[in-house]
Design a protein around this ligand. Sequence first.
Ligand code: NGQ
Ligand code: ZN
Length: 453
Amino acid sequence: MTTRLHLAQALLPEGCVADVRLTIDGGVITHVDKGAASAADVERMPGLTLPGMPNLHSHLFQRGMAGLSERRGASADSFWTWREVMYRFLDRLDPDDVRAIAAQAMVEMLEGGFTALAEFHYLHHDRDGRPYADIAAMSAAVAAAARETGIGLTLLPVLYRFGNFGSAPPVHGQRRFVNDRDAFLRLVDASAAALGDLPDARIGVAPHSLRAVAPDDLGWLAGLAPEAPIHIHVAEQMREVEDSLAVAGRRPVELLMDHVALGPRWCLIHATHLTDAERDAMAASGAVAGLCPITEASLGDGIFDGVRYRASSGRYGVGSDSNIQIDAGAELRQLEYSQRLRDRGRALMADPAGSTGVSLWRDACAGGAQACGRAIGAIAPGRRADLVTLDGDCPALAGKGGQAALDSAVFAAGALPVHQVMVGGETLVRDGRHRSRDAIRRRFGATMRRLLD
Ligand code: NGQ
Ligand code: ZN
């Protein structure tokens, strides 16, 4: 089916442009033309329309523990104590709980400007650590939530074998994640089947981290599906760097590059603590840095050097990771502000003489699309029609258009002011509200009350 849309203003690859007409066929943009609205346009979008932002890293279930790890403990709180709270929370979840939490998080993503998701999926097994009768029961729960909400999905089944560097055995809290290679192959096949009829869904793979797989698992995973996206958590915490040096005599990104050839299919999540040489090699490889600025701030990870990485033409995108807050604009703002606080400058992630909001949005869309392995992330022929129209009635946008509207949406509004969202040509959010928001919220509320009882 062919539809035509008129966008009052649009962020195209060349910048913000007024009066843009899109032709969409089978959910894909086939033509981008300039011109005033006409009777052939089935829908007219006022205000500025952006390419939907891909969310390149998330653990959906963690939305259910947002806010529950802010209490100071007896010993020093850290990423590692947060992880204990997280393990205790996920201990209780069954596939229906995961589906309820996932759907709520996806609604918030869509209402927050994210139209696609790469889910880094590692909660696989039953509470006793044994696989469900369907080994991909949890993947099926994620797929069902994607079907219900309409978000574009890249599912990354995670290989998790060990508890730490040196092939240390997994601890009790990790038993629901663990597979050997054979079980992992079954999981990937069953997960692909679970994606079934989801439009344009993609499957990839993810070694959880250098802590959770053996070095020779990396090449094995990369060889499974040589075109598919492959994501890994790396160098997020200084303790990981220290442990890697102690056990392998190499820093995490060095160790990774010793075992695999990085390239555009790779997404390195966090990659916070890099030497100049590691950062330059990563940028030169064409891999994507999967930055999760709000979670990295929440967990006290450190600051990725986006300024110098970008100067070496490094590619990046953003992810909502722990889902403590879900908002595409807020992720970009946090990224820029982290650079400002370190370097004591302004507009640090912007192109020369360019707008910070436009540069951040465009770069993170491109990197996010690459990391998702899907034709998304731009308003251009051949890309899926994933579109976010900003709310021109938001006071932060009053009197502003084009670049000033996007800068204001990212830096001057509380939450990204989203008016309408389309995924694959289908409108899912109108007036800032997802079409299934109320039912999904009710089910999430009932689930959370039971889980926290
Ligand atoms: C995760 N999250 O898998 O959810 C991780 C924590 C780990 C972040 N790294 C667990 N933000 O890395 O061992
Ligand atoms: Zn993560």
